[in-house]
Design a protein around this ligand. Structure first.
Ligand SMILES: Nc1nc2c(c(=O)[nH]1)N[C@H]1C(S)=C(S)[C@@H](COP(=O)(O)O)O[C@H]1N2
Ligand SMILES: [Mo]
Length: 433
């Protein structure tokens, strides 16, 4: 049913965004008279809150262009196709409605090709080496038996989530808000394993390696190898996991063993993990240098070119919210006067204290109820309702605020060449009537 609603609206607004802007605002950028009539025609309805619509705004109904291409792979619902070599799939925002993300709705971010499945996952081995007193080589079965097992619901968010909102466009998968998941992960604390290996005083950083295959086919070339400061590695919620939602991890999500390092860019949560090297300095593997996962320390001119020198490593992720009960482009029956809204919000290492919804382009905001997270590093569920004054075209704007008062901005801040951390206020178009 949802798919059908989306398609009918996408058919209405097949125009590209620039053209939509031109139709709606013309050259003068003023939304009145003929322009207002034009925007009404473009979105197919009257615009009750036109008075507060910012000049130059591209209506959400037009901004997303034609409907996204979906791809269905084994074990998944159809997800948004962000590339097949390597495979990258985004979860449509309204499929993030489950409190605990099921495997079939979990986004996929691969840098290379997944390895072949292993026959006996309990016999798979993990090595811990580098700046440790006694290097370990341990099977999954022994990990399970030797260290306390923990289960937590943990948010994994790609560092590039929201990249499509940057202007000018940056290179990489053009994620909207759906490169995020929050499943229940079972494993052991990385900290316990590192302590068993005995950390040398020189230990300051981790380096992660796995068995996925580089797109070149070269077996000696890591697809990606990121690491974290030792403080993050030693957190209670940083785990080496073998189960997700009570089942062995699906192959696409890192079976038999993966790291889950919540709060930080998802690239640190290494899949198909078989080796951790403890280092006496920052890691320099693929994904640690140049422009990869690195952010300007002071703002740079959007679109300017840089080589990443003087940038800092991307660590924790910014605040963001998703609306999960009303897909962008939904059509509600004529006469609907209350919009029930529900979704999730999260903020890297912080918590979210408020989510607000606006139907009048930000002139007034209604506070939603925000539940506490299931545990540290789980996303938070929000819900509430807002009054619809009439039929017509509306945009649901939703915005989360952290416990230390940082809000999602109106436009993504800190433009950077590889497009990390874009978290502007989100919006979804709805038609009432
Ligand atoms: N071995 C390996 N681990 C990896 C990756 C990868 O390409 N190879 N991608 C990383 C990135 S960039 C992200 S965002 C998450 C995505 O996890 P998921 O595919 O299970 O959703 O895995 C991370 N771990
Ligand atoms: Mo990622």
């Amino acid at each position: 049913m949802t798919t059908k609603i989306e398609r009918s609206v996408q058919e209405l607004y097949a125009d590209d965004p620039e053209r939509g802007d031109a139709i709606a605002f013309g050259r003068r950028g003023a939304l009145k008279g003929a322009s207002l009539a034009a925007i009404g025609a473009a979105v197919g309805a009257s615009v009750p809150f036109a008075g507060t619509m910012p000049r130059g705004l591209i209506p959400a109904a037009l901004a997303q262009g034609a409907g996204p291409a979906l791809l269905r792979i084994d074990g998944k619902e159809p997800l948004i196709n962000r590339g097949e070599r390597p495979l990258n799939l985004e979860t449509p925002e309204h499929l993030l409605d489950d409190d605990v993300t099921p495997a079939d709705r979990m986004f996929v971010r691969n840098n290379g090709n997944p390895p072949e499945p292993v026959a006996d996952w309990r016999a798979a081995k993990l090595k811990i080496e580098g700046e440790v007193n006694s290097p370990l080589e341990i099977t999954v079965g022994d990990l399970m038996a030797r260290f306390p097992n923990v289960t937590h619901q943990l948010t994994i968010e790609c560092g590039g989530n929201g990249r499509s909102f940057f202007v000018p466009e940056t290179r990489g998968n053009q994620w909207q808000n759906g490169a995020v998941s929050c499943a229940r992960w079972t494993g052991v604390r990385l900290k316990d394993v590192l302590q068993a290996a005995g950390l040398k005083p020189s230990a300051v950083y981790t380096a992660h390696y796995g068995t996925d295959v580089h797109l070149s086919g070269d077996p000696n070339r890591p697809t990606i190898s990121r690491g974290v400061r030792l403080e993050k590695a030693m957190e209670d919620h940083t785990i080496i996991a073998w189960a997700m939602n009570g089942e062995p991890i699906p192959l696409m999500h890192g079976a038999p063993l993966r790291l889950v390092i919540p709060g930080w860019a998802g690239s640190a949560s290494h899949k198909w993990l078989n080796r951790i090297v403890i280092r006496d300095r920052e890691h320099d593997g693929p994904g640690m240098t140049g422009l990869s996962y690195r952010m300007p320390v002071t703002p740079i001119v959007p679109g300017s070119s840089h080589d990443g020198r003087g940038f800092r490593i991307l660590e924790d992720m910014p605040v963001r919210s998703v609306l999960t009960n009303v897909p962008n482009g939904a059509r509600l029956p004529a006469g609907t006067r209350t919009l029930a809204a529900r979704g999730k919000a999260w903020a890297g290492e912080k918590t979210v204290k408020a989510v607000h919804v606006s139907l009048d382009y930000g002139a007034t905001w209604t506070a939603m109820q925000v539940a506490a997270p299931a545990n540290t590093y789980a996303w938070q569920v929000w819900n509430g309702s807002v009054a619809l004054p009439s039929d017509g075209y509306f945009e649901v704007w939703y915005r989360a605020t952290t416990s230390d008062d940082v809000m999602q901005p109106h436009a993504p801040a800190n433009w950077n060449p590889a497009g990390y951390g874009a978290n502007p206020i989100s919006r979804a178009a709805i038609l009432v009537g």
